[in-house]
Design a protein around this ligand. Sequence first.
Ligand code: XMP
Length: 518
Amino acid sequence: RLLIIDFGSQVTQLIARRLRELNVYCEIHPYQNVSDAFLKDFAPKAVIFSGGPDSVTREGSPRPPQSVYDLGVPILGICYGQQVMMQDLGGRVEGGKISGGGGTAEFGRAYVTPAESRIDLLAGWFLDGREQVWMSHGDHVAALAPGFEVYGTSPNAPYAITADLKRNFFAVQFHPEVHHTPNGKTVYENFVRLAGFKGDWTMSAYREEMVAKIREQVGDAKVICGLSGGVDSSVAAALIHEAIGENLTCVFVDHGLLRLNEAEEVVTMFRDHMNLRVIHAQEQELFLGALEGVSDPETKRKTIGKLFIDVFQKYADQIEGASFLAQGTLYPDVIESVSFSGGPSVTIKSHHNVGGLPEKMGLKLVEPLRELFKDEVRALGTELGLPASFIGRHPFPGPGLAIRCPGEITREKLEILRKADAVYIDQIRKHGLYDEIWQAFVAILPVRTVGVMGDGRTYDYACALRAVTSVDGMTADYYPFSHDFLGETATRIINEVQGINRVTYDITSKPPGTIEWE
Ligand code: XMP
């Protein structure tokens, strides 16, 4: 197995993902947990140092135990990981100025050109002479550690690719794990090959590992799982059910912010299809009452997040011995809401399902999907035997329709939104586009507009249709519907849904937009 030592980069999980794509088993461990004893016990076949927000020039900055260099296994250092390796092994790192000119800090796209001698790590690279890479660094290597040579340079990073071939230590300044380094996966592929991995790890192995991990974490305790009806919590529930059977009780919270017929569909599917114990918690009044008069997006999210926890606690109290709460938190949820302590990342949105449990709450968390991306969760769901129609469902956020109803939420608006959404999704399915689209929904806008229908004046809500393509939810493009499709859909919504007299199409990608409106 491969060990990734995490120094706090925003994209460390992407390294793990690339490795899983190559069917290599890896684990990420924060540098604080990696001691000499840990290394000995883990016995990695190869090690990767992630990037990180700190500067190695700072006293007390994160380091791996020095024994890592004596393991005799290949090491790949990325960005901060490169600088750590250089500094540890006798090179020199300097701080770059971020602005003000003359600095060597570098953020964004850059092009690396090869040195004369080629190395196996870069097999398949430089076929067109140069490679696009993604840089994101303030510091830079100023002098190589003994034994290292340069194998690639960029205008701002003369030591973009370095290696000590005798020891199989590789250190690169850029991030090969991100999409903006298009050929980055090749670097990982070459690295794991030269470390001797066969690439025989699979999703079914992951399933077995996770089942074992859940059993280990939970023991004989009872677990309650919040089912949202989305793929994530469904897969989490199925996985935990496989691990602990009857000790799992699912709670499906109907917060009054669900789509048309959603509650019945979900409850039936889990009770009848999968034989899970499901409590259908009817808490519409509680949630809608608390949201009355609330229009600020973060307040909405926090209100819903807090009530979810209260509701879970209430049901947990009724289940004797329940001491764990399971959630289908995915990696993108984690990375967008949690900032590495001391790191530069900011909170974009408070995802209700990562809000953190209040200290005093008597439940511990089980989050078996925390390392996975959406498409991996789907693969795992298929592996667990969930129906294809369920696996293919578009993601649906925990706060539900609340964040698709910008401004104040009213029951009237929710009713209109549900109907419009159902028509829109029906259109998408009829045109055979559902599976091509990552996520599609309607947002009801907090404005009324004037229209004319028949001979009369209307003064009703406007709505926005949203549809995006995405690989992992972290970036997205708006879906290029045909004008015919849009026209037909607008006509259907206005004719079939009372309360809407204007339809717009949202053509914002992410970034700069987010997928949801709030
Ligand atoms: P954004 O709007 O941040 O959404 O671009 C990215 C993906 O995450 C979903 N989303 C959530 N999922 N709880 C969830 O379980 C949440 O609080 C939440 N907020 C956004 C969103 O639907 C999209 O798929």
